[in-house]
Design a binder for this molecule. Structure first.
Ligand SMILES: Nc1ncnc2c1ncn2[C@@H]1O[C@H](COP(=O)(O)OP(=O)(O)OP(=O)(O)O)[C@@H](O)[C@H]1O
Ligand SMILES: [Mg+2]
Length: 393
C-alpha cells in the first residue's frame, strides 16, 4: 500500500444537505443558525452517523413569537416530504395535568376507556408521513415550559433513549425522529434588549423612508446569550444535557420583514391561482405599497405574525371583495399601490385578457426583480405550473 497523504475537506457538505439548505433559506428569513444546525444533523442521519438509540436530533428553539420557530419545522417537512403539515405537533399547554398524559400514551389495559383511547404518540402516528424515500418524522413539542412533570418525564426518556412506553406497554421507537421543542422563555428579556433597535417610526411621518431596523452581530450574540441563560435557569441540567442544539431565534428587523413580505405576497399570489373561484389573475405591489404594508405590519412584539395580519386585512380582504363583485376577472393584471390621500392601498386594473403564458412571464420577471426574495422564485415556478395546468383545462 502506498501512502496517498491526500488532504480532505471535512467542511464540504453533501448534495442532499446542500439542496435542503438552499430550499430552507428560500423559505426562512434571518434564522441561518437554525437552518445550519438542522442541515448538519440531517446529513449526520443520511450518512448513518447519528448516535445509535437516539433520535436523529433534539432541538430546543427559543426566541420571540412570530420569529419562525414553528415555520422552520413546517418548512423542513415541506422541503423533505412536500407537505408542511407533516409535523406531529404536541401542544404542551394541553397536558398541564398529569392525568392528561393518557391522551399521549393511552391508558393501561383494564382502565376505563382503554380501548377507546388512541394514543397520540403511537408508532403509526409517528410513521404516518413516511414516504418511500424519506423515513423521517418531525415531532414538535410546543411551549414545553408548560409541560406537567409527567410529560416532562416522558420527554426525558424520548430524548435520551428514543423510546416511549405506551400505556399498554408497547414501545414506540423515536430513532427516526427529529424532535423540536419550542419555548418563549427569555423572549421578554430579548425584546427589551432589541426594542430600542426595533423602535418603529410611523409610515405617515416618514413616508417611504421609514426607519430601518437592523439587528447586528453584536446584538445577535447578546440575544442568544440571554435566551440560553433563561433556558438554563428554568430547565434542569438533565434536560439541557439531552438537547443537541439550543437555537435562539432572533427578532426580525426591517430587512428580514421585507423579505418575509415578499415571500408572503408570493404565497397570496399562489392562493389566488389555486382559488376555487377559478379566477387566475396576477397582482403586483409597488415599492410604496410594500412600504405601507411593512409600516402597518411592523410590531416588535408580534414579529412576522403582525405583518401577516396586515397583509390579510389590507390586501387579501379587499382583493376578495374585488373577486366577489367581478371587478377582477381571469387574465387581469392588478397593480396595488399606496394612496396617500386615503391612506390605504389602491387597486388598479392595468390589463385584462392576458394569456396564461403572458401572466406567467409577468410573474417571473416581477419576482426576479430586486428586492424580491429568492423564495419568491420558487413561488414563480409553482405559479407557472399552476398556470400551465389551468391553461390546459
Ligand atoms: N423567519 C421567518 N421567515 C419566514 N417567515 C416567517 C419567519 N418568521 C415568521 N414567519 C411567518 O410568520 C408566521 C408565524 O411564525 P411562526 O409560527 O413560525 O412563529 P413562532 O416563532 O413559532 O411563534 P410562537 O412562539 O408564537 O409560536 C409563519 O407562518 C410565517 O409565515
Ligand atoms: Mg410556534
Amino acid at each position: 500500500m502506498s501512502r496517498l497523504h491526500q488532504a480532505l475537506d471535512p467542511t464540504k457538505t453533501g448534495r442532499e444537505a446542500e439542496s435542503l439548505d438552499r430550499t430552507l433559506r428560500k423559505m426562512i428569513v434571518g434564522q441561518d443558525e437554525a437552518i445550519e444546525q438542522i442541515v448538519d444533523m440531517y446529513q449526520m442521519y443520511l450518512t448513518g452517523m447519528t448516535a445509535p438509540g437516539r433520535p436523529i436530533a433534539n432541538f430546543l428553539f427559543l426566541g420571540p413569537t412570530g420569529s419562525g420557530k414553528t415555520r422552520t419545522v413546517e418548512a423542513l417537512a415541506e422541503s423533505l416530504i412536500h407537505n408542511p403539515r407533516a409535523v406531529i405537533k404536541i401542544d404542551c399547554a394541553e397536558f398541564q395535568h398529569s392525568h392528561e398524559i393518557a391522551k399521549l400514551i393511552g391508558s393501561p389495559p383494564g382502565y376505563l376507556g382503554h380501548r377507546e383511547t388512541h394514543p397520540l404518540l403511537s408508532q403509526e402516528v409517528l410513521n404516518q408521513y413516511h414516504t418511500d424515500t424519506v423515513k423521517v418524522s418531525f415531532v414538535l413539542f410546543d411551549e414545553i415550559e408548560k409541560a406537567s412533570d409527567a410529560l416532562w418525564n416522558l420527554l426525558l426518556g424520548i430524548l435520551d433513549k428514543a423510546i416511549l412506553t405506551l400505556g399498554d406497554n408497547r414501545k414506540v421507537d423515536f430513532s427516526h425522529c427529529m424532535i423540536f421543542m419550542t419555548s418563549n422563555l427569555g423572549a421578554t428579556e430579548m425584546a427589551a434588549l432589541s426594542a430600542p433597535r426595533l423602535g418603529f417610526q410611523s409610515f405617515h411621518q416618514n413616508g417611504a423612508n421609514n426607519g430601518s431596523v437592523v439587528i447586528d452581530e453584536k446584538l445577535n450574540q447578546k440575544l442568544s446569550k440571554t435566551g440560553v441563560e433563561a433556558a438554563r435557569r428554568k430547565f434542569t441540567p438533565e434536560f439541557i444535557n439531552r438537547i443537541d442544539k439550543v437555537v435562539v431565534f432572533k427578532p426580525l428587523g426591517s430587512p428580514e420583514l421585507r423579505r418575509v413580505l415578499d415571500i408572503e405576497l408570493g404565497l397570496v399570489q399562489q392562493r389566488v391561482l389555486h382559488s376555487p373561484s377559478e379566477k387566475s389573475f396576477v397582482f403586483t405591489v409597488t415599492a410604496t405599497g410594500k412600504d405601507f404594508l411593512l409600516s402597518e405590519g411592523t410590531d416588535v412584539k408580534y414579529g412576522a405574525r403582525h405583518l401577516k395580519r396586515a397583509i390579510e386585512r389590507l390586501l387579501v380582504q379587499p382583493l376578495s371583495n374585488l373577486i366577489a363583485t367581478d371587478q377582477v376577472l381571469s387574465g387581469d393584471w392588478i397593480q396595488i399601490d399606496y394612496d396617500s390621500d386615503d391612506r390605504r392601498l389602491a387597486f388598479t386594473k392595468e390589463a385584462e385578457g392576458l394569456e396564461v403564458t403572458a401572466m406567467a412571464n409577468m410573474l417571473e420577471s416581477n419576482l426576479e426583480a430586486p428586492p424580491m426574495a429568492a423564495a419568491a422564485c420558487v413561488v414563480a415556478e409553482t405559479t407557472k405550473g399552476q398556470l400551465a395546468k389551468s391553461s390546459k383545462k
